[in-house]
Structure formats: C-alpha cells, structure tokens
Design a protein around this ligand. Structure first.
Ligand SMILES: NC(=O)c1ccc[n+]([C@@H]2O[C@H](COP(=O)([O-])OP(=O)(O)OC[C@H]3O[C@@H](n4cnc5c(N)ncnc54)[C@H](OP(=O)(O)O)[C@@H]3O)[C@@H](O)[C@H]2O)c1
Length: 345
C-alpha cells in the first residue's frame, strides 16, 4: 500500500479534479505490475496496472492493491470493479473507501458479490492524507485550503520602507523550486490586493515543469495597477472586485465592497470543481482565513535574512507540525487538525 501511495503521488497536479490513485498487482513477494492515474480523463490506475501486466491470465493467488476503492460507475471510463472481476482478480486490498456518499462501498460490494475477497482500510490515515483535497471537496463542500508564507528570521513578511515595487527575497533558490512544485499541485492560488500592489508577483510555475494554477486576486477596492503581471501576462486570472475594471483582460467576479469575501471565493472555486487553493498572502488575507478557522494546512518558510521592520508574519496554532531544512531555510508544515502528515517534496 505504501508503494501504491508513492506511485499515486506521481499524478499530483495532473489528475485533478480526480483523486490520486496507484494500483499494484502482486503475487507473493513478487510485483507483477503497477500503474497510476496520470491525468483526468486518462485510464484509471487499475486499468493501467492490468495493461502493464498484459493480456495473459491473472494468477488466482495474485492480489491487487489500490489506495482508493475501485469505481463502480460509468464515468469517462467503464467501472474498474467490473474490469477486475472480468480479468479474474480474486483478491483486492483497498486503502480507503471512495468518500462520495453515493459511491462509497459500491465498488467493494460489486467485487464481493462476484466472489472477490476484499480487505479494507489499510494505511487508512496515509490514504486520507494523500486524498485530502478530494476529501475536502466531498465532505466540506469547499477546496482544501493551504496557507503559505515566507518570514524573515526576525518575523517579517516584507521590509519597510520598501526599495520599490517587486518581490523581496526571503527564501533560497532550493526552496523556490519546492514552492513552484506546490503551485503546480494545487488548482488555484489566491493573493490579496496589497501583495499585487507591492510585489507585482507572477504567481506562475517557472522553476519546474508543471501545470500553472488559476490565479485569484482579491481586490474589492480596485486598487491593483492595470499593468500588474497577474493582469497582463499570458496566465489565467480571476479578479474578485467591488468595481468593474473594463480595462483589464481578465475574468471578473463582482463582490460586495464591504462583506466578508472569503465564502464567495471558496464557493466560486468549488463550483468550478477546484479541489484546492494555495493562499500566498499577504498577512491580512491570511489572518482572515486563520481567524475564521478556514484552513487545513499551512506551509511556513523561515528564511535567514533580517528585515528589522515590515509587515509582521501571521501566527498560527496547529495540531500537528513537522519541519525540514531546505537550502538553509526551515520549512514548517502545519496541519490544523490532528492526523497523519507526510513531507512529500
Ligand atoms: N513573505 C511572504 O510570503 C509574502 C507573501 C505575500 C505578500 N507578502 C508581503 O505582504 C504585503 C502585503 O500584505 P498585506 O497584509 O499588507 O496585504 P494583503 O493581505 O496582500 O492584502 C490585504 C487583503 O486583505 C483583504 N481583506 C480585507 N478585509 C478582509 C476580510 N474581512 N476578509 C478577507 N479579506 C479581507 C483585502 O481585500 P480588499 O482589497 O478586497 O479589501 C486584501 O485583499 C506585501 O508588502 C508583500 O510584500 C509577503
């Protein structure tokens, strides 16, 4: 099952809005074949595993391991549970049930009805951690929320007075590569108006090959300059604004200039089938998420530079935290609720 989770993760960023799934066919100590779901619309992990195994008969003592219950419904591909039965797989080990209430258990039931022996809930916590974006969407009707910021060694997000518009470096190049991987693995990335005004960030994926998330800008006062990169470069941006900005070539969602904007943003992303959002600052926007308890994970980069003065970094209480040193930076991963956490990068 650990190997299933490992290969399932290879689909990170590509399978959304589908879950991350890996499957192995094993006979005794021997790995016969493996496969994972690579991208939405492509073959499921079980299909790819059996393709890799080939057309020959599946040995009666072989076991298929899969981290998520095989599907029982006709989507873009036929049901995997039926495929397993048709191919003569007699033993299946499932990491976790499909969280969709209308699907949960049906795939397992189909297998059992056809005489397949099924074991469930193997490495359940690890499986749920891997599937956390998908689970948030199904169980909470909102995207999985990851807060991210970088703080100087003396606890500031930026330096005052500023030398001008543009990003002020806190993290090392090694950390920047990881941050770009984080971006490529989430559906959307959200920033506040003052971050666009002060930093003029691109918010795209440059240091690795990967899919760029949808950029979401909250600027109810319409203060962010029209020439900002998030409005003028080739990437996709959605602007939540209180005043129409006809001069901007980006999608605009009108929002009340005074009401709390967070629920509307999250509902919009959920309606677009976006399963996760990376909130990249600044401090005020992050504080609003923290105050409302609207976050699942926080990734905090503690750099080595000293700013002396600036915007104070947010403070956060979490149930679980783990940390890693990366190129001189200390990266702390917080999980709001108790449970399993893995460092995946
Ligand atoms: N080190 C880092 O990781 C990092 C990351 C990002 C930014 N920064 C720095 O942080 C600075 C900007 O941070 P900041 O704190 O000044 O501004 P900010 O968080 O970028 O922008 C303030 C945001 O708070 C929003 N807001 C106001 N009331 C709200 C409410 N009731 N609920 C939810 N959101 C609400 C504002 O929305 P409206 O505009 O719609 O009112 C605005 O989007 C920049 O100078 C930048 O350099 C550092």
């Amino acid at each position: 099952m650990r190997r299933c989770l490992e290969i399932a993760r290879l689909g990170a960023g590509g399978t959304a809005p589908n879950p991350l799934v890996g499957a192995l066919l094993v006979q005794g100590e021997r790995l016969l074949a493996e496969g994972w779901h690579e991208r939405a619309g492509g073959p499921h992990a079980e299909v790819r595993c059996l393709q890799a195994f080939g057309d020959g008969p599946v040995p009666v003592d072989a076991t298929m391991y899969v981290n998520l219950e095989p599907c029982a419904h006709h989507g873009r591909t036929p049901p995997c549970a039926d495929l397993l039965v048709a191919r003569g797989v007699k033993h299946v080990v499932v990491g976790m049930r499909d969280p969709f209430p209308q699907v949960a258990g049906r795939g397992i039931e189909r297998l059992r009805n056809a005489g397949v022996e099924v074991a469930e809930d193997v490495l359940l916590d690890e499986c749920r951690w891997l599937q956390r974006r998908f689970i948030s969407s199904v169980e909470r009707n909102r995207p999985y929320i990851i807060l991210k910021w970088a703080a100087s060694a003396d606890g500031f997000l930026d330096r005052h007075p500023r030398a001008g518009r543009g990003v002020q470096r806190i993290s090392t190049p090694a950390t920047d590569v990881i941050v770009h991987r984080w971006r490529s693995e989430e559906a959307a990335i959200l920033v506040g108006s003052r971050t666009v005004m002060n930093d003029d960030p691109s918010l795209n994926v440059r240091h690795i090959e990967g899919r760029a998330p949808l950029r979401v800008v909250l600027d109810r006062g319409g203060r962010a300059p029209s020439q900002s990169k998030v409005f003028t470069d080739a990437g996709n941006t959605v602007l939540f604004t209180g005043t129409a900005r006809p001069e901007l070539p980006v999608e605009q969602i009108m929002t009340s200039p005074t009401d709390d904007p967070l629920d509307g943003i999250l509902a919009h992303l959920h309606d677009r089938n976006m399963r996760s959002v990376l909130v990249e600052g600044g401090a005020e926007l992050i504080e609003h998420f923290v105050q409302r308890g609207l976050w699942d994970e926080a990734r905090v980069i503690h750099g080595q530079v000293f700013f002396g003065n600036g915007t104070p970094a947010p403070r956060i209480d979490s149930a679980v935290r783990i940390e890693r040193m990366v190129g001189g930076d200390r990266i702390v991963l917080h999980r709001r609720e108790a449970g399993h956490v893995t460092w995946d990068w």
